[in-house]
Ligand binder design. Structure first.
Ligand code: RIB
Length: 312
């Protein structure tokens, strides 16, 4: 089955604790409630795309445990083609997430099966990559596999989108093959090896990465919106207003929304706004995949842009 986009990435069961405050180093706090929800940056981004109606296939692995089955059915319910996902001996990926009363989170990921996504598996599935137009990656699978997937996909003439999360350094050989890079501020700092403190430093860091060979960069800034930079254009997108409940998967929802629209229209600016709309709905619900919107939810929601731009 051919698809418009292939996501090569991670699948996790999220174990979420709600708490008044996220503990600092050495501190103990009391949590309120524990829930288990399907997550993983790769799976969330694929589910976000599929829920909006994009044809998406997934390359990744789960363990042959009960979570593996639950994770696959959640992705299938969202409409992701999971037929190429391998179920292997051992545990599925697990993420331990604390969410505080302001909706902030902190996450520890134990990769489990995600760590086994390797070059051989990519080669086994080369036909699926050949048949698609776009390849979307994150960094929750081994970095050698990310690098291999970028180089292989480029050789096959694909458009490559990288969400460099969680943050890792990347060599120029990989960066120069990225068509659209979607980092947050921390990931941008790591990739550009620069301190990010204000809008000018975001632009400067983005321009540096563009000089290395990245084509387009969208830096997501949470409540401060997003900044787009390419060789000729710099544009800041104000955020939409929202009552934040849980920011988990906000970036994943943005990427799903953005790419759904970009594959459809090719218009980068409209698509960034569409991604912002998707993320605005996601942050007003708890959980990762369960908080991703459908196209109807986006179309029926009354969005308002924040009037003040707060970047510095
Ligand atoms: O981006 C949010 C995701 O990060 C969570 O679903 C968790 O699994 C981690 O991968």
């Amino acid at each position: 089955m051919s698809s418009d986009i292939i996501v090569i990435g991670s699948i996790n069961m999220d174990i979420v604790v709600k708490t008044k405050e996220i503990p600092k180093v050495g501190e103990t706090v009391i949590g309120r409630e524990i829930t288990e929800n399907p997550g993983g940056k790769g799976a969330n981004q694929a589910a976000a795309l599929a829920k909006l109606g994009t044809k998406v296939s997934f390359l990744g692995m789960v363990g042959n445990d009960t979570n593996g089955k639950k994770l696959l059915s959640s992705m299938q319910e969202s409409g992701v083609n999971t037929s190429l996902i391998k179920s292997i001996e051992g545990s599925s990926g697990t993420a331990f997430i604390s969410v505080d009363d302001e909706g902030n989170n902190s996450i520890i990921v134990v990769p489990g099966a995600n760590d086994k996504v390797d070059k051989n598996y990519l080669e086994e599935n080369i036909n699926a990559i050949k048949e698609t137009k776009f390849v979307l990656l994150q960094q929750e699978i081994p970095m050698e596999t990310v690098k291999e997937a970028v180089l292989l996909s480029k050789k096959l003439g694909k458009t490559i989108i990288l969400n460099p999360a969680p943050a890792h350094c990347l060599d120029e050989e990989v960066l120069k093959n990225i068509d659209i890079l979607i980092p947050n501020e921390h990931e941008l700092a790591r990739l550009s090896n620069r301190e990010i403190k204000d809008i000018d430093s975001i632009i400067e860091a983005s321009k540096y990465l563009i000089s290395v060979g990245v084509s387009k960069i969208i830096t997501t800034l949470g409540e401060k919106g997003a900044i787009y930079v390419d060789e000729a254009v710099v544009q800041h997108f104000k955020p939409f207003t929202a009552k934040v409940i849980d920011t988990t998967a906000a970036g994943d929802s943005f990427i799903g929304g953005f790419l759904h629209s970009y594959l459809d229209t090719g218009n980068i600016f409209k698509s960034i706004e569409f991604g912002q709309k998707a993320a605005t709905i996601t942050i007003q619900k708890y959980g990762a995949q369960v908080s991703l919107p459908t196209i109807e939810e986006i179309n029926n929601y009354g969005f308002y842009k924040k009037s003040e731009v707060i970047v510095d």
